[in-house]
Design a protein around this ligand. Structure first.
Ligand code: NAI
Length: 255
């Protein structure tokens, strides 16, 4: 299927955190298929190598930069490494995320900090670094944050995750306002229940049945199904879209 020119990412450079598996990999592959050069910013060397090899098969330039997004001092050097390898950054996807399921009566400070650092703080600082590069060139750009249904809904045992994702949505809107004049669009994708390592505990049993019943589409999504919205938000097709929260969730949020 030939894509309209407005979705073409040829000549663009993208970086995807946690891009070596799950939703991040689905998005990285989609951006590469649309023609972008794609850098993977993730921790596991073996998975990084495998993803880079798969992207190369698609015929675009790619690089893997080892990064733990909770290591604040490593964020700027990692983004510099992306730019050395592929050129100035045009598209940042803040996808890396973790959830720690634990009673709020028991959650340790270290666990709270780790979830907030991974799912929220790193997204701000990476956005700041990317936006500085985009702004310095007057080039415009795209920042895409991967949020969650729990940015809206409460969830027992997931307070740190919900707080981080709620913060990420508000961060998306505020950066969208602030960067609009620089032609940098900042948007978020809210995935529904997607088949990845993160949701393995929910992929069977009564919780699985509840999710399937609650989801109008009647199934989990696949990581690749996040790519369409990501390509849209990374491309010129979305130049007048900013601060949007795009639900790709089989209708989960409308029930
Ligand atoms: P996943 O566990 O398969 O992938 C998460 C990725 O983030 C992995 O590559 C992991 O290594 C990386 N990551 C985690 N901590 C990191 C760190 N400190 N530094 C660098 N990379 C790190 O999970 P999934 O499902 O692909 O999650 C991707 C994003 O989508 C997350 O932000 C998650 O919160 C979000 N999400 C997922 C949903 C789902 O149903 N799977 C639903 C809603 C949101």
């Amino acid at each position: 299927m030939a894509a309209p020119k407005m979705f073409d990412l040829e000549g663009r450079v993208a970086a995807v955190t946690g891009g070596n598996g799950g939703i991040g990999r689905g998005i990285a592959m989609g951006l590469a298929e649309a023609g972008a050069a794609v850098a993977i910013l993730a921790r596991n060397d073996e998975k990084n190598r495998a993803t880079v090899a798969a992207i190369r098969e698609l015929g675009t330039r790619t690089a893997a930069i080892k990064l733990d997004v909770t290591d604040r001092a490593a964020l700027a050097p990692a983004m510099e490494a992306v730019e050395r390898a592929l050129g100035p950054i045009d598209i940042l996807v803040n996808n890396a995320g973790i959830s720690i399921s634990r009673s709020s009566l028991k959650l340790e400070a270290e666990a709270w900090d780790r979830v907030l650092e991974t799912n929220l703080h790193s997204c701000f600082f990476l956005s700041q670094i990317a936006a500085r590069s985009m702004a310095s060139r007057g080039a415009g750009g795209k920042i895409i944050n991967i949020a969650s249904e729990y940015s809206r809904f409460g969830a027992a045992g997931l307070t740190s995750y919900a707080a981080a994702k709620g913060g990420l949505v508000q961060m998306t809107k505020s950066l969208a306002v602030e960067f609009a004049a620089r032609n940098i669009q900042v948007n978020a994708i809210v995935p529904g229940w997607i088949k990845t390592d993160m949701t393995i505990p929910a992929q069977s049993g009564t919780f699985y049945d509840e999710i399937i019943t609650r989801t109008p589409a009647g199934r989990f999504g696949e990581p690749e199904e996040m790519a369409g919205a990501a390509v849209f938000l990374a491309s010129h097709a979305s130049d007048f879209v900013t601060g949007a929260i795009v639900y790709v969730d089989g209708g989960f949020a409308i029930r």
